[in-house]
Design a protein. Structure first.
Length: 428
């Protein structure tokens, strides 16, 4: 069977892949070149909004952008690339129904993202959950509300305490924001549970490094830790999870007695997608593909790899951090260079310096860094939201998110538990 021919194939529908395809649409406007994007889902998850989707501050669907709405002239297939031959420039595509299609291409942009980095800790795989996808966020919201329901009905104090103990492993941005938003949601929801009090809940944050939020100014990291502690959240730095067998959490850091936690969330790092490991390309010590300043694999002019899967040279030395800010700009540069391979424009090196960082800590609280300046409190919270809104693609999505934010300030949180919607009821 003759392979289906494309000029550029984009693997991955995250920030890197989606923005690469969008830049290619702009570069190839009014031309005949064909672009294909292959991704497991038919939407782009705007991950900075994931904590607020989990807490119910915004409608979960408003944190995603349909790829077919975002990309109007790109062929999109929800599926995976089963095999990829870079020398022959061919691939095998498997869609979500299992149908296989042979592909050929002139250039390929690979941005498959990452997966949680799981360590060999007893009980971790059996009892912990991640916080990376929309499904994770929805599950955690439902779980927190389910724990409140169960604790409100429980008559045994130790059982109630275990139900209301929430442990987050990893003090990076994902862990801190997820914990802060969910704790804020649970605190607001307690007014609906007459038998429960704030002191019945126990929220624990564990971080292996000496400070929270790597990359942010030390003053802001200390401010974040202080705010969390003021809310009664236990923060343990220079600590690691040693075991969580049968939901019994044991730490190897300070003198913390083992305790039972019915909810354990693992946000302690990511590793490159296993997709790149099978390509036979040079990898660094973290399993990322080594690329040059043009995001190209050494010795090729048609293979570009970016995002979490690539060791991208940083203009200040070392490699670029795996952030959404970097991934979307890497995607644009990869698209410019792939278009140059087709004879459109000239290649450009990737040069980007992070302009700032922001973390939201629940309603009206946050920390932000813009170059050498730092901000805290309501102003930082507003700055973080404003930046996320600025980067969110599409006017309709911006309007929906602003509406959600406005309603969340004017009305109490919606504490409906919708876990039953995840599984359809069988006919009887």
């Amino acid at each position: 069977m003759t392979p289906t021919q494309y000029d550029v194939v984009v693997v991955g529908g995250g920030f890197g892949g989606a923005f690469a395809a969008r830049e290619l649409e702009r570069r190839l406007r009014h031309r005949d070149e064909r672009v294909l994007l292959v991704a497991p889902d038919n939407f782009l998850l705007f991950s900075p909004l994931l904590p607020e989707a989990a807490s119910g501050t915004i409608e979960p669907r408003h944190s995603v952008i349909p790829l077919r709405e975002f990309l109007r002239r790109t062929d999109i297939v929800a599926g995976t690339i089963e095999s990829l031959d870079l020398s022959a420039r061919t691939a095998v595509l498997v869609d979500e129904r299992g149908s296989r299609t042979d592909l050929s291409f002139r250039s390929v942009i690979i941005a498959p993202g990452s997966t949680p980095r799981v360590l060999p800790i007893p009980g971790l795989v059996e009892h912990a959950v991640g916080f990376r996808t929309l499904a994770d966020a929805i599950w955690l919201r439902n779980n927190v509300l389910a724990q409140l329901e169960a604790a409100n009905a429980a008559t045994d104090a130790s059982r109630r305490r275990a139900l209301l103990t929430f442990t987050f492993i990893g003090g990076g941005y994902a862990g801190v924001e997820a914990l802060a938003e969910l704790e804020s949601m649970a605190r607001d929801a307690l007014r609906m549970y007459p038998r429960l009090r704030v002191i019945d809940m126990r929220w624990v944050l564990v971080e292996a490094q000496s400070t929270l939020l790597p990359g942010i100014q030390s003053t802001l990291a200390r401010y974040t830790e202080r705010i969390l502690r003021k809310r009664g959240i236990e923060v343990y730095t220079e600590s690691r999870l040693a075991s969580c067998v049968d939901n019994m959490v044991t730490l190897d850091g300070p003198d913390v007695a083992p305790y039972r936690s019915e909810t354990i969330v693992w946000t302690a790092g990511q590793r490159p997608s296993s997709f790149v490991a099978g390509l036979g390309l040079p990898l660094d010590e973290r399993g990322r593909v080594v690329v040059d300043k043009y995001l190209a694999v050494d010795g090729t002019t048609h293979t570009y790899i970016l995002g979490d899967a690539a060791a991208v040279p940083d203009r200040d030395g070392g490699t670029s951090p795996a952030t959404a800010q970097h991934a979307l700009r890497e995607g644009r540069i990869a698209a410019i260079n792939a278009a140059a391979d087709l004879g459109i424009g000239t290649r450009r090196p990737f040069r980007y310096r992070n302009r700032g960082l922001a973390v939201t800590l629940g309603r009206w609280r946050g920390a932000a860094q813009v170059k050498q300046f730092s901000f805290t409190g309501p102003l930082a919270w507003w700055m973080g939201r404003s930046y996320h809104l600025l980067m969110l693609p599409g006017f309709s999505r911006k309007a929906r998110v602003v509406t959600d934010w406005t309603l969340s300030l004017a009305f109490p949180r919606d504490v409906a538990q919708l876990g039953s919607l995840q599984t359809p009821r069988r006919l009887e």
